[in-house]
Design a protein around this ligand. Structure first.
Ligand code: ADP
Length: 295
């Protein structure tokens, strides 16, 4: 996120489940995901294959609806939009970059015409809002390839062209699914530069699904999915001072609140949490609530 930018929530997911029906069984792709996406943030989503990353992207992009839970963008629950409103949301608010060229670019059009077509198809006067087609080509470093057709471009150039196409409707939200897959590291770095530039210069919120931890490191924040659930990411801390003090990150302070804390030591792992005032020296989840051996 840009320095000093206020953290205003663009998208909010609450208890989001997605279950695909396959024959008689259900495949759980997302199993209760809670996520806040700040406007202007560059978020990376990592996790093994099949962990629900693309499903999350599809829900954010209004391409699919959750089985349960809420996906809200700008305070609007996407599931409550009429089909026409949802189509308008996809057309006007979201840009997609898919893995592979075929889904991103029209093969018989030049790069410039691909970008111009995307702008026209989405009913956007590009020049009026965020620069002309040429400025988008400059942003992605392809002005000198404007007259090339996709097949005349390298894989990395094709992905950068795809980013220009995705930005042609001046979207609030750019969704990129494995944009650096199958690229060499230099080409991948340039695609990431372009996503960064879109985020920084145009203020576009970016959500990027990736397998590549080097790519994820370019984002402001990384979330990890496993089996359709978010895995908590540890927050980096400084060293402990000689008298045992440690500075907790703001995010941890906000989560912990004001009261007394307690630390639980498990092997080489230390967990810090608010102390339950009801139990001297204990935490609520340690309270015995009955059952065998409880008396
Ligand atoms: P990822 O992007 O992390 O590889 P996906 O979101 O594509 O994961 O898939 C999550 C799970 O949901 C996987 O088990 C996948 O097989 C299943 N899945 C995804 N899309 C469908 C679909 N359209 N129909 C049935 N199952 C699906």
């Amino acid at each position: 996120m840009r320095a000093g930018a206020e953290a205003v929530t663009l998208a909010r997911l609450r208890h989001v489940y997605k279950v695909y029906r396959v024959a008689d069984t259900g495949v759980v792709a997302l199993a209760g995901v809670d996520l806040d996406l700040a406007r202007g943030e560059f978020l990376a989503v990592v996790g093994p294959s099949g962990s629900g990353k693309s499903t999350l992207l599809n829900l954010l992009g209004g391409l699919d609806r959750p089985t349960a839970g809420v996906v809200e963008v700008d305070g609007r629950d996407l599931a409550r939009l009429a089909p026409r409103e949802l189509a308008a949301y996809r057309r006007e608010r979201v840009g997609f970059v898919w893995q592979g060229t075929a889904r991103n670019l029209v093969p018989y059009l030049t790069v410039r015409d691909n970008v111009a077509l995307a702008a026209v198809a989405r009913g956007v006067v590009v020049a009026a809002r965020r620069g002309s087609v040429d400025e988008l080509l400059d942003l992605v470093g392809l002005r000198d390839r404007a007259r090339h057709r996709p097949a005349q471009l390298s894989g990395g150039e094709q992905q950068r062209a795809a980013v220009a196409v995705a930005l042609a409707n001046a979207p609030d939200l750019l969704l990129a699914d494995e944009p650096t897959a199958e690229l060499d590291s230099a080409s991948a770095a340039r695609v990431l530069d372009v996503l960064r530039a879109a985020n920084r210069d145009l203020g576009t919120t970016v959500v990027m699904v990736t397998h590549d931890l080097t790519a994820a490191a370019r984002a402001d924040r990384t979330i990890r999915l496993r089996d359709g659930r978010l895995v908590a990411e540890p927050l980096p801390l400084g060293a402990v001072s000689p008298d045992g003090r440690i500075r907790l990150p703001d995010q941890a302070l906000a989560a912990i609140g004001d009261g007394e804390l307690e630390a639980e030591v498990r092997g080489n792992e230390v967990r810090i949490r608010p102390r339950d005032p009801g139990i001297p020296g204990g935490h609520a989840r340690h309270r015995w609530t009955g059952g065998a051996g409880g008396r």
